[in-house]
Ligand binder design. Structure first.
Ligand code: GAL
Length: 419
């Protein structure tokens, strides 16, 4: 009799386990559309993350919806149309900071994820300053998948040696070596399309203003029309004299290629270029390529973070929650970041999985002063970014520093970032 009762209990447990299992897989199943600009050369890290997700949730088919174009120039326009048209993807790539908060959160388009951070025990997993970019008083709005550094100078050590120059530690040094490179038929600094000029501009601004004033500019405490900011544009103009004339037609990868192929000496790009160099081109950090903080910014880490959240009204919410759990996990971050060329957003990652460059970036992130990137959504909202692209276009054509400062001031006021 006793034995019979045990058998009944076992059968009941089995039924329960089966029923629960069915409930979970019924909830997580179907499709999951992940929207980003990580296409082509930028794809391997995301593809690895999707493969990890699919191994955990085999009932879900992931639609990897990408729109090419560095820094999301094209993807963000498509996303805007979809979001405003009531057709949000299940989750989309968005920069922590103003691109998330000042664009989608203020418009009430994101779900609060505080409960998920509690459930997954994530409050101690990510650095405190990152929470400042993910949250408002009302909630936490996305899950960070990485931390990128934007102020990185790239070069090929053997080439610099051949040309008899050293990687410049300041812009003064750059302006000294630049004519020497030009005399040898080498472009001193490669640049690509419009957004890469803004990317260069933020590094120049950081070097001229220093970390405090750079941050004051975004907090509305330093006027765009102040002499220091005009000086940023002036120096930026001088630097542009030593860049490639075909910049507007080049992607960031093509600007990096110019350095690898020995047509240009230097390039300033975010550390996704380190991923491109080592994963796509097979040029490894150290022997293959060299790096340093962009001139005049040693000791400062200009940071940005790619993240994903739950857009209000997304079609497959349960699948999205599973996606966020995957990308926020230690396994997810250590799968994605070594291929992406970014450091993990988590503080407990296994650094032995990361290459020499990324180990040095992880070290700098611990000790450097952290400031936020302009070109990659940390310090300015999308309204500012769209109009700043026009200010940049005009400056690239006329090189008028005062006019650019005045125009940027108007843009800052119109986008609610200055008075
Ligand atoms: C940034 C993004 C990086 C990388 C880069 C180039 O905005 O945060 O992950 O994709 O653009 O496209």
């Amino acid at each position: 009799m006793k034995k019979f009762r045990w058998l009944n209990l076992t059968a009941l447990c089995l039924v329960l386990v089966f029923a629960l299992g069915t409930m979970v897989s019924a909830a997580v199943g179907g499709e999951l559309e992940i929207f980003s600009w990580w296409a082509g050369d930028e794809g391997p890290a995301l593809e690895a993350l999707i493969a990890l997700y699919e191994s955990k949730y085999p009932n879900v088919t992931v639609i990897n919806a990408t729109v090419t174009g560095g820094s999301g120039v094209n993807a963000k326009a498509v996303l805007k149309t979809r979001m405003l048209g009531g057709d949000p993807p299940d989750s989309f790539q968005v920069h922590a900071g103003q691109e998330l908060i000042g664009t989608w959160v203020v418009a009430d388009r994101m779900e609060d994820l505080t409960w998920l951070f509690e459930e997954e025990d994530w409050f101690d997993a990510f650095p405190e300053d990152l929470f400042g970019l993910l949250s408002t008083e009302e909630g936490i709005w996305s899950v960070p998948v990485n931390i990128h550094r934007s102020n990185v100078l790239y070069f090929i050590p053997d080439n610099l040696e051949k040309w008899g120059v050293e990687a410049p530690g300041t812009w003064e040094e750059f302006l000294e070596i630049a004519p020497k490179l030009v005399d040898q038929g080498v472009i001193p600094l490669s640049v690509g399309e419009n957004w890469t000029a803004t990317h260069l501009w933020e590094s120049v601004a950081l070097s001229v203003l220093g970390a405090d004033k750079y941050s004051d500019l975004w907090a509305g405490r330093l006027a765009w029309t102040s002499p220091e900011v005009i000086q940023v544009w002036e120096l930026f103009g001088e630097i542009l004299e030593y860049t490639n004339p075909d910049a507007p037609s080049l992607s960031w990868q093509q600007a990096t290629d110019m350095v690898v192929e020995g047509q240009a000496a230097l390039n300033i790009m975010g550390d996704w270029a380190s991923g491109y160099l080592s994963v796509t081109l097979g040029v490894k950090p150290g022997d293959g390529y060299g790096w340093a903080a962009s001139p005049g910014t040693t000791g400062v880490f200009m940071a940005l973070s790619d993240s994903f959240g739950i857009p209000v009204g997304c079609p497959n919410r349960e699948n999205t929650i599973a996606w966020l759990k995957t990308i926020g996990s230690l396994e997810g971050q250590d799968t994605f970041n070594p291929l992406k060329g970014s450091i993990s957003a988590r503080i407990d990652s296994d650094l032995s999985k990361y290459d020499l460059y990324l180990q040095s970036a992880a070290q700098d992130y611990q000790t450097d002063r952290i400031v936020g990137s302009l070109a990659h959504g940390v310090v300015a909202n999308e309204r500012f970014m769209n109009d700043f692209a026009t200010v940049m276009d005009i400056f690239l054509a006329n090189r008028d520093a005062r006019a650019a400062s005045n125009a940027a001031h108007v843009v800052a006021v119109q986008s609610g970032m200055a008075q």
